[in-house]
Design a protein around this ligand. Sequence first.
Ligand code: ADE
Ligand code: ZN
Length: 319
Amino acid sequence: MPLPKAELHLHVEGTLEPELAFELAARNGVTLPYADTEELRAAYRFKDLQSFLNLYYELMTVLRTEQDFADLADAYLARAAAQGVRHAEIFFDPQAHIARGLSLGTVVEGLWRALGGSERNHGVSTRLIMCFLRDESADSALETLQAATPYLDRITGIGLDSAEVGHPPAKFREVYRAAAELGLRRVAHAGEEGPPAYITEALDLLGVERVDHGLRCLEDPALVERLVRERIPLTLCPLSNVRLRAVETLADHPLPAMLDAGLLCTVNSDDPAYFGGYVGDNFRAVRETLGLGEDRLRELARNSFLASFLEDDEERRAR
Ligand code: ADE
Ligand code: ZN
């Protein structure tokens, strides 16, 4: 039996496996610039975040209808459940779809077809987190938040993702303030490729409750001390960090040192179709390569529920 866990850092568009990408391309008359799944998989060699994002945005053009989003999310939930996931907080990137002419309704209604039946069908409770693309303007983020007004009963929180360097959290102060007033929970990617100062900004200017990645906090001991003191969860993604070259090899990953420092770490998959595995695969990799023992793995699983946006009673039931 895999360890029960929550997944808190998962981009639904990053769960698009090559087989489903080709199936949806055929269904929607989209031509992909790859002959087959093998040729596509061979393109999964990334030198940094941007080289991955280029492919990620290219491939998501196969997603066109509500049913496409439902099929995508349902396939993820089935895989996650098989790896012990009991609760998933799922990111999506509305601006990437709206820019292609889709409506926000198509995306949210489609995802909801799968999420609405997830507890019944997969035994996985879910939350939806709408991310803003940080390489788009602050105005575009505000417009997206406005467009989401009819769907706020289905959206638990907001996040910030895409190309980090050069797009500091400060740019999104206003939209985070507006989201807080609407009662939305707040997270942001920070310190994946960007400097530790972006983590501090995300905490101080955006009021984030969790930091996605946060890996580069280690360069600032005072920040580490603060994250420990304030019990700010970090949603780490070890296999992603290797594929996007944030660390050289998995053996170099600082997760053990971060746990030893008292940081509230969680392990997640980020974009599992692209990075070589789902959350259980990430757990297995850190156990095998970093030598984390049973106690540490249980701590990581416990942290995932503690750091989630589940209400207290639901949190207890899931464990
Ligand atoms: N969008 C999808 N995956 C991402 C990641 N790892 N970092 C930033 N933006 C992303
Ligand atoms: Zn991410």
